[in-house]
Design a binder for this molecule. Structure first.
Ligand code: HEM
Length: 326
């Protein structure tokens, strides 16, 4: 909410409404793309997903319009100096008064930036954490190893800090292994071939659109030993020891690769490491029954867990630490 400027102009209710509409928009877009197997039939809009997506887009646009108006009013009344600025304030101070950039006015650019950043950030990060916890609950040896590492590197008498993360190599390996098995964006962003070429015997004419199937690459048995097994250790020794997720090693590209690689990666990775490590340090976690956690995936622009995750938690730090929380 603070991200979107809701802290000054909006309400919690408004933030929730925005996020709900955003999730619907992303799901509708995913369904529309999935149904677009025969592009020349697109005008039929099978399932009505395109129509629904356009309606949700209008709703999101109207909310962003209102926030822009509120922020402009505030700037006139209070000026920019000396008050804390949120994302919309900063974009306004950079772009207000600009006529056009590449044919788009300032409002369109700000609204589009808010939309792509929130659409790119919200579900991907939360979905990653859901998959990580699910994998750990089904692989309790890895969960115990992570907590052993936390006890050794941080202990139980203080909360961990961001600077501890570099010492938590096993937890970093858990994150990589989950992003391998359950990349939140199953498909990369769209690319278009700029020239005719032949790849692996297939002729591909200039102008052909391409979306790379990241999920499939991450489970390729020619690259990964026991590709379907959850084994964070594979990133600690052997062939994959130095493989990172920053688009340099094509066998593991949950954030894509190249010029259009996810620009949120340097925000997402510390966020996931810190949230996960703090959660595992603070709580014993367990499943509500002896049944394994259901790992069925629901395909969309982000691939989510088909059924909700239910986790039991109990404190594992000294009680005083919980009392001292702000
Ligand atoms: C675990 C978290 C995340 C994952 C797995 C992820 C994954 C991806 C992927 C696969 C792409 C397409 C890249 C390509 O085509 O090469 C992408 C694009 C993008 N991501 Fe992320 N992302 C995550 C978090 C974030 C966050 C936190 C933000 C914003 C703060 C963000 C903003 C964006 C934006 C704006 C794009 C579009 C870039 C463009 O089209 O040039 N993402 N992301």
């Amino acid at each position: 909410k603070r991200y979107l400027g809701g802290s000054d102009g909006g309400s919690d209710e408004e933030g929730r409404r925005y996020l709900k509409a955003l999730r619907e928009f992303v799901q509708q877009l995913g369904k529309m793309l999935a149904g677009d197997a025969v592009p020349w039939l697109r005008w039929v809009d099978l399932g009505g997903h395109e129509k629904a997506m356009k309606e949700t887009a209008k709703e999101l646009d109207a909310m962003c319009d209102k926030w822009l108006e509120e922020h402009r009013e505030k700037r006139v009344l209070e000026g920019d100096d000396g008050r804390s600025q949120d994302f919309i304030d900063v974009m306004l101070s950079v772009l207000d008064g600009t006529d056009e950039i590449a044919g788009y006015d300032a409002d369109t650019i700000i609204k589009a930036t808010v939309l792509i950043l929130t659409a790119g950030a919200v579900d991907t990060s939360t979905v990653s954490l859901t998959w990580i916890i699910s994998c750990l609950l089904n692989n309790t040896a890895s969960l115990e190893e992570a907590q052993k590492e936390l006890d050794l590197q941080v202990g139980k008498e203080r909360y961990l800090k961001e600077s501890d993360i570099s010492n938590l190599v096993y937890i970093q390996a858990i994150v990589k292994e989950t992003l391998r098995l359950h990349p939140p964006s199953t498909l990369s962003g769209l690319r278009v071939f700029t020239e005719d070429c032949t790849i692996d015997g297939y002729y591909i004419p200039k102008g052909t659109p391409l979306m790379t199937n990241l999920w499939k690459i991450h489970r390729d048995p020619n690259i990964w030993l026991d590709p379907l097994d959850f084994k964070p250790e594979r990133f600690l020794t052997g062939n994959h020891k130095n493989v990172d997720v920053r688009g340099n090693h094509f066998e593991l590209i949950p954030f894509g690769s190249g010029r259009r690689i996810c620009p949120g990666i340097s925000f997402a990775m510390p966020l996931i490491h810190l949230t996960l490590a703090t959660f595992l340090q603070s709580f014993e976690i367990s499943k509500p029954s002896h049944e394994p956690i259901d790992m069925t995936e629901k395909f969309g622009l982000t691939t989510t867990k088909a059924t909700p995750l239910v986790v039991l938690i109990k404190p594992r730090l000294f009680p005083k630490l919980y009392q001292d929380l702000p």
